[in-house]
Design a protein around this ligand. Structure first.
Ligand SMILES: Nc1nc2c(ncn2[C@@H]2O[C@H](COP(=O)(O)OP(=O)(O)OP(=O)(O)O)[C@@H](O)[C@H]2O)c(=O)[nH]1
Ligand SMILES: [Mg+2]
Length: 435
């Protein structure tokens, strides 16, 4: 599809469009069959053309869409045609930028358009659609209004000191506290929101030969990684994504943890360590038929404070493992399974999703998914906490006003009210052309 937006959109398109039946005027929001012609009047393609008159369009400007058979050459010639007639190429995300500038979308909705396009799992798409519906934007706008009203009272007290006595610190604190509580709640959803949007980074780790690659294959339901009984089979990272219960899971199989035997293994182990450091969830595998060794004990204690599961693999083999000791030193819940027979693997999937999303998959999009939003929320909250602190000392009006301005500024950057051109440029440049 080739899309035009702006006051001359229809005039430009009509110079190259020959409707199947002659039409002096095209009605808005109708599809017209016809031919798109090149500069010599030759047919480029049979197309469907639609005009959407302002303000009932995506950008609120006049928009024309030309639907063709597609294919690179057809699209190139139609695009060349409208450019010859006076259109110019859109910049990345420019249609959505115009929708934002015309007030049709809030900044968080405009960002949600990109989230919808990029959604890689059902859960990510649902969250993005909630954002697109505008709930988040409305919540933030309400918080900003509440802040503005407190700020206005403080500014008035500064400008007219004789009236300042009438402004009660308790009343101001009572105005700020619910805003701080709401923004704190939103900021706390970021971890979950990010996991839903970007997927959960799950790393399989453990000593050589415990069955990491076997488990990866079992989880992916394909023979993705090489499995042998030779310790040190996997040397490089193996990454694949799956979707469970609508949640995108990015699995990484790693090289078995031990003293490196050669340079290749050493490099593999360095990658393993790096990946372990950035994992959202760690599956630490041990072998049911073998006793724990010093490496396991050390690794497990290093992992305390992280999120994960200890997987006791090879449950089909006779037990050689001190289960009581493992339960004692494990920083994670312990789960027994067999990658060979598949027993216990379904439970692993359920436990893994539950470990990531403690409250289950959120039903609404009331979660923050963008790092940018999280940063501005945190900065807003820092100013709000400082403001609440100043309120305990009644003389600190200047400082109070300063922090309230700071909070408003940060919140405004989040919602787009005080977004500068550089911020808009940064946000919309992540879109592709035509969106
Ligand atoms: N009996 C039994 N054997 C298993 C199980 N899982 C894996 N194995 C066997 O254990 C051996 C090692 O399996 P891998 O999946 O290659 O182990 P790994 O942890 O990836 O090993 P490295 O890549 O060397 O670190 C293979 O012979 C597998 O067939 C299991 O649940 N039960
Ligand atoms: Mg392996």
């Amino acid at each position: 599809m080739v899309r035009l937006s702006g006051p001359a959109a229809e005039a430009i398109a009509r110079r190259r469009f020959r409707p199947w039946r002659p039409r002096p005027r095209l009605a808005s929001h109708r599809l017209y069959l016809g031919h798109f012609l090149d500069g010599q009047g030759r047919v480029v393609d049979e197309v469907l053309l639609t005009v959407m008159r302002a303000p009932h369009s995506y950008t609120r400007e006049e928009v024309v869409e030309i639907h063709c058979h597609s294919g690179p050459q057809v699209l190139r010639e139609i695009l060349a045609g409208v450019l010859e007639e006076g259109a110019r190429l859109a910049r990345p995300g420019e249609f959505t930028l115009r929708a934002f500038l015309s007030g049709r979308l809030s900044l968080s909705q405009a960002e949600a358009v990109l989230e919808v396009i990029e959604a890689k799992s059902g859960a990510a798409l649902r969250v993005a659609q909630e954002h697109l519906a505008g709930g988040l934007g409305r919540r933030l706008a309400a918080a900003r209004d509440a802040l503005l009203s407190v700020s206005a009272r403080v500014e008035a007290a500064l400008d007219f000191p004789e009236e300042a006595e009438e402004v009660e610190p308790e009343a101001l604190a009572a105005g700020l506290a619910p805003v701080a509580a709401e923004l704190t709640r939103l900021a706390a959803t970021y971890r979950e929101g990010r996991l839903l949007k970007e997927g959960v980074r799950v790393v399989l780790a453990g000593r050589p030969n415990v069955g990491k690659s076997s488990l990866l294959n079992r989880l992916l339901e394909e023979e993705r990684a090489i499995v042998t009984d030779i310790p040190g089979t996997t040397r490089d990272l193996i990454e694949e994504a799956v979707s469970w219960q609508g949640v995108l899971i990015r699995l990484t199989d790693t090289a078995g943890l031990r003293e490196a035997g050669d340079r290749v293994e050493e490099l593999g182990l360095a990658k393993t360590r790096e990946r372990l450091a950035s994992a959202d969830v760690i599956l630490y595998l041990v072998d049911h038929s073998q006793p724990l060794d010093a490496e396991d004990r050390r690794r497990l204690s290093d992992l305390s404070g992280r999120r994960g599961l200890v997987v006791v693999n090879k449950a089909d083999l006779p037990r050689g493992l001190e289960e009581a000791e493992l339960a004692q030193i494990s920083p994670f819940p312990v789960l027994k399974l067999s990658a060979l027979t598949g027993e216990g693997v379904e439970e692993l999937k359920d436990r893994l999703v539950a470990a990531v999303l403690e409250g289950g998959v959120p039903a609404t999009g009331e979660v923050i998914t963008q790092a940018r939003h999280h940063e501005h929320l945190r900065a807003t909250l820092a100013h709000l906490q400082a403001a609440l602190g100043h309120l305990e000392r009644p003389t600190a009006w200047e400082l109070l006003a300063e922090d309230l301005r700071g909070a408003l500024e940060e919140l405004g950057r989040l919602t787009g009210e005080t977004a500068g051109d550089d911020l808009l440029e940064e946000i919309f440049s992540r879109f592709c052309i035509g969106k």
